[in-house]
Design a protein around this ligand. Sequence first.
Ligand code: ZN
Length: 178
Amino acid sequence: MSVRPILLLGDPRLRLKGRPVESFGRSLHGLLDDLTHTMRDAPGVGLAAPQLGEALNACVIEVDGQLHELVNPEIVKATGDDRDLEGCLSIPGYAAYVTRRERVWVVAQNRLGRRIKVAGSGLLGRALQHELDHLQGKLYIDYLDSLDELLPTGHGDDEDEDDATDGASNEVRTPALA
Ligand code: ZN
C-alpha cells in the first residue's frame, strides 16, 4: 500500500473514461489499497482511479468512518436536488457551489467481484456523484457556467488564525475534497 501522486487539473488522463474492471485479483486490490491510502493522506473523502492515472472503473469513498470500495459503480436511482460547496483533490485550493442530486442509489461490485449496493445523501451522496463523474472523465468544474464561480479555499495550515481574525476574507472554509 502506498501514497501515490494525485493528478492535477490539466493532466489529460483525468479526462479518460474508466474501463470496466474484469479482473478482481491482486492488481485491483493493490489499486484499491493505494486509493484508500492516498485519499486518507490527502486527506479527502473520496478518490477515483483516474486521479492516480489509471483509467479503470474503481473508486473509494470514506464518510463517517465507513470505507466504500466501489468497482464498476453505477447510479441506479436519484432523487431531489442539493446545492452545496464541493472541492476536488485534483483541483487544490478551490471550491464551488454545485447542484447535485440529493440522494443516490449506487450498484457496484466489491474487490471480490460481489454485487453491492450503497445509498447516500448529504456528503456521501455528493461524494458518490463526484467519484462516479471522475470515472467518466468528468470534473465538477464542468457544471459551472464560468470559472469565476471558483472560490479560493483556506489551506488548513492557518489554524491559529481561525475565524476570529478581523477583515472579511473571500476565502471559504475548505470543503470536503474528493
Ligand atoms: Zn475530484
